[in-house]
Write a protein that binds this ligand. Structure first.
Ligand SMILES: Cc1cc2nc3c(=O)[nH]c(=O)nc-3n(C[C@H](O)[C@H](O)[C@H](O)COP(=O)(O)OP(=O)(O)OC[C@H]3O[C@@H](n4cnc5c(N)ncnc54)[C@H](O)[C@@H]3O)c2cc1C
Length: 448
């Protein structure tokens, strides 16, 4: 499939045409998954059971096992470890708090500082763990580019540069011909280069964390969806072929959490789409200066584009809310096709590049922008860390640690920043929620 070609053939059709990509394989990050661990069968016990094997669940397992080496800690994963957003994301990490700018311009630098410190601490925890545990996940701390598409956004970027400086971040504004020469595209009028951003391979991160926690003695059960969480002492987790009783349960199911019957009116699952090309020629990579600026995202959050460690281009875009917070990971060929068209519109020299992977993934929004983290009000044995607003690599990893500190009653200023269910703000009931969210996504150009 050639992005810019116009002729069809059975094996090799252009992505710019309709219905040509139904057979694209799923997430490129998950192609090297290890064999699955057996599902839970019969009845078993654990001191701490973690529901969900993504970055949050693995981080919680890591931090609990480090702190309590003698406790029996298990992870129950409904599909495969990394199956959720953790194995489907764009792989950007940052020391920046998502939403800092609106806080800065409405309440000033002092209001942002605790959140900026939270984001920095979270980032440091993640990269220090990657180094300490020798996790090879192609971490590239070479910055990212935040791009404006229209004049109003350029003005916003111009205002953000001194705001970044006020927060101690040195950033560079690139504009016009200078920007075009730096990224090989005239599509964007301006961009701010952010040296405090980085990219990594999320699949390798998940696999590395998984082998780290398994080596520490954490037991993982895959293909073990928790169907029911029965509160009490102990908490009972009911699965298709077995049951687990645990003194403490950590809910680490992010966007899937409403399906467990929790936070149905607070967490908003959003489906996003990704299309990845086959590896591109070095000349093409050089033309777009992809090696020097591998990570690029649009400031209206509509698209993220990056170079993958194995020389492919990835574009993430589109967002859809499914009725009643339903989560369904399914192929949407039309979405991949639109993404290919948008990649070409931004970088027309990619005309001979071919599509190789397409998938959807689901993230969770909270109204407050900070994660939802705490203990269930009516059962303090159940802890949770969910709702990362699209920034879960850092916040999910750090959330796994914060949940452990909450359990240990260890004071941490960042715990006070988290959203509690009582303060989260309710979503409107269905069908109003479905209509209002999707209309709002369409108005903000997120629908593909
Ligand atoms: C397309 C896309 C791009 C993104 N890009 C970025 C990015 O560049 N940077 C960034 O920081 N964040 C990004 N995000 C967000 C980030 O991926 C998530 O916030 C993060 O991965 C959430 O991790 P998690 O472990 O909490 O949840 P998940 O990774 O979703 O893991 C939850 C796990 O729970 C399992 N599960 C669900 N229900 C049950 C059950 N009942 N029983 C047992 N197991 C269950 C699921 O199978 C899943 O594996 C992106 C998200 C998407 C979808």
């Amino acid at each position: 499939m050639t992005l810019g070609a116009t002729r069809d053939s059975v094996e090799d059709r252009p992505l710019g045409k309709k219905s040509i990509a139904p057979s694209l394989p799923d997430s490129v990050w998950l192609t090297e998954a290890p064999p699955a661990t057996p599902a839970l069968r019969g009845h078993t016990r654990a001191d701490i059971a973690i529901v969900g094997g993504g970055i949050t669940g693995l981080s919680a397992a890591y931090h609990f096992k480090q702190r309590y080496p003698n406790k029996q800690i298990v992870v129950l994963e409904g599909q495969r470890i990394g199956f959720g957003a953790s194995g489907r994301n764009s792989g950007f990490i940052s020391q920046e708090y998502h939403g800092w700018d609106s806080l800065f311009f409405s309440k000033g630098a002092a209001a942002v500082e605790p959140y900026a410190e939270y984001a920095e601490r979270g980032y440091r925890q993640l990269v220090e763990t990657i180094a300490r545990e020798a996790i090879d996940c192609d971490l590239q701390e070479s910055g990212a580019l935040r791009l404006a598409k229209k004049d109003a956004e350029v003005r916003t970027l111009e205002k953000q540069v001194p705001a970044y400086a006020r927060l101690g971040r040195s950033v560079e504004l690139w504009q016009g011909k200078d920007l075009a020469a730096r990224i090989g595209s005239e599509f964007y009028p301006a961009g701010v280069f952010l040296p405090h951003w980085a990219t990594l391979h999320p699949g390798k991160l998940v696999r590395g964390l998984r082998s780290t926690v398994e080596a520490l003695g954490v037991h993982t059960y895959e293909h073990t969806p928790v169907q029911q969480l029965r509160r009490g002492s102990p908490v009972e987790l009911v699965c298709p072929d077995g049951r687990l009783s645990a003194d403490t349960v950590v809910v680490a199911t992010n966007a899937y959490t409403p399906q467990l019957g929790l936070f149905r009116h607070i967490l908003m699952p959003l489906h996003l789409y990704v299309m990845v090309t086959r590896p591109v020629d070095e000349a093409v990579i050089g033309h777009g200066a992809w090696t020097s600026v591998p990570g690029r995202y649009e400031m209206d959050a509509t698209h993220t584009i990056r170079l993958t460690p194995d020389g492919r281009l990835l574009i993430r875009g589109g967002a859809r809310y499914d009725y009643n917070s339903r989560v369904a990971d399914r192929h949407q060929p039309r979405a991949y096709q639109r993404l290919a068209e948008r990649l070409l519109a931004r970088y027309p020299y990619l005309g001979n590049v071919r599509a190789a992977h397409g998938w959807s993934g689901v993230m969770a929004l909270t109204r407050a922008h900070t994660p939802l983290l705490g203990r269930l009000e009516n059962d303090p044995r159940v802890l949770f860390s969910v709702g990362y607003n699209g920034f879960g690599l850092v916040s999910g990893f750090y959330g796994g640690r914060l949940v452990c500190e909450l359990y240990a009653n260890q004071p941490n200023p960042d715990l006070a920043l988290m959203t509690s269910p009582a303060k989260a703000g309710w979503l409107p009931p269905e069908p109003l929620r479905y209509v209002s969210l999707n209309v709002s996504l369409a108005l903000r150009h997120h629908r593909l």
